[in-house]
Ligand binder design. Structure first.
Ligand code: 9MR
Length: 386
């Protein structure tokens, strides 16, 4: 049990608890960045059975890594995080430029960096409707289910096999359900996802096999479903819950459920996150926060967020982390990159930004401080993942 102490305190004066700004000091600046003596590092304060991760785009950040002279970014990445998720390097468009060509260059660079910095790697992702290469989109127009299965099986066995023993959790299926506002409502993406489309007669059968192929290629990896708008108990997570039961009934080696947690201050916070995690945990699954960021709608005429927005952002990050800390089955908590300059948010949500826990000069934000404090106060945890 590693219950967050803060979540048990009623109306504690948070100001009194806030530790001084911490993080990148001369002491932890020495290469390769990681020092297990650094008390101001998220990874060092986390319970033994909880990985603290960040997304990183290996092609942009890790192709030239010299452990003796890491960039400032590489240094912070190594110092703060015990887990890395390839932001783009293990997606189909990165790994499969052509049907018979696999390109592992940047994904391998990421795994090598992780090893050098004593980090684990979360694989992302094997089956998704987005970032597929043009040849998949083209070929899928005429795919039979058997043809789609052959392509997917080859990809999963080759990719998972290539990284066998290097990846502790894989997002096998990403964003496979539509949203409530999509045409047809919450249902499997049998139109947008080319593989599910080709096998629309039995999409769950395809999913069960996808998990089975991944399991056979790396029996140690925990295999996840992963999605956005999947934090609280809602129509989408109800669908995931039913699907999880069905996959488990069919004997599929499903091992985890991931809530991405791309939040915006435009919306409220769904406090049923912990309850949602608990119901998936009761099925015997791991749960995880896989892509956390909290974007801020920047007010007109302002160059940055207001003090109130900064405080709310800090509370939201911390609430995500505390729900994870409060559920023993929560195995990893990952932020979707840093600093703000590397974030996907401004490109996709014009007018919103400041979404990550670090400013562009790597100054930790109050959100970082709140998470460090929650990790420090959490009970240590008794069951290391491995
Ligand atoms: O952060 C990723 C960005 O660099 C890519 O351009 C984008 C393309 O779809 O994907 C982003 O990552 C997504 C992740 O793989 C799945 N969940 C949503 C993430 C943000 O869009």
């Amino acid at each position: 049990m590693r219950r967050s102490i803060r979540s048990l305190l009623v109306a504690t004066a948070t100001a009194a608890l806030v530790v001084p700004l911490c993080g990148v000091t001369a002491a932890n600046a020495s290469p390769p960045g990681f020092s297990n003596a650094d008390k101001d590092a998220l990874r060092n304060q986390a319970p033994a059975d909880l990985a603290i991760g960040s997304a990183v785009w290996g092609r942009q950040q890790l192709m030239s890594y010299d452990p003796k002279a890491p960039t400032e970014y590489q240094q912070v990445l190594g110092a703060q995080f015990s887990s890395l998720t390839p932001e783009n390097d293990m997606k189909w468009d990165a790994l499969r430029p052509a049907p018979d060509v696999y390109d592992f260059e940047s994904a391998d660079a990421l795994v090598a960096y992780a090893k050098a910095n004593h980090q684990e790697v979360r694989g992302h992702t094997l089956l998704w409707h987005s970032q597929n290469p043009a040849w998949v989109t083209e070929a899928s127009r005429t795919w039979t289910c058997d043809e789609a299965r052959t392509v997917l099986e080859d990809h999963i066995r080759t990719v998972v096999g290539h990284f066998k023993g290097e990846i502790y959790e894989w997002d096998v299926a990403n964003e496979i359900f539509q949203d409530t506002w999509d045409n047809g409502g919450v249902k499997l993406r049998t139109e947008a996802n080319p593989f599910l489309k080709a096998c629309a007669d039995d999409p769950v059968g395809l999913l069960a096999d996808a998990f089975q192929w991944a399991h056979e290629a790396d029996p140690e990896a925990v295999l996840f479903l992963n999605d956005y708008n999947a934090e609280g108990v809602n129509a989408k997570t109800d669908a995931y819950y039913a699907l999880s039961q069905e996959l488990l009934d069919r004997g599929a080696p499903l091992g985890g459920f991931g809530a991405q947690a791309h939040l915006s201050l435009q919306y409220g916070f769904d406090t049923s996150l912990q309850e949602n995690f608990e119901r998936f945990a009761a099925l015997g699954l791991k749960v995880a926060i896989t892509e956390a960021d909290v974007r801020i709608p920047l007010l007109e005429g302002e160059t940055g967020p207001t003090a109130e927005q900064v405080a709310t952002q800090s509370d939201r990050y911390d609430a995500l982390l505390e729900a994870c800390l409060n559920v023993d089955a929560c195995s990893s908590f990952t932020v979707w990159g840093f600093p703000d300059a590397n974030s996907w948010v401004p490109d996709v949500f014009p007018g919103e930004g400041w979404a990550t826990p670090f400013e562009d000069d790597f100054t930790p934000k109050p959100a970082f401080d709140a998470m460090l404090e929650s990790l420090t106060e959490a009970t240590p945890g008794t069951s290391p993942r491995r």
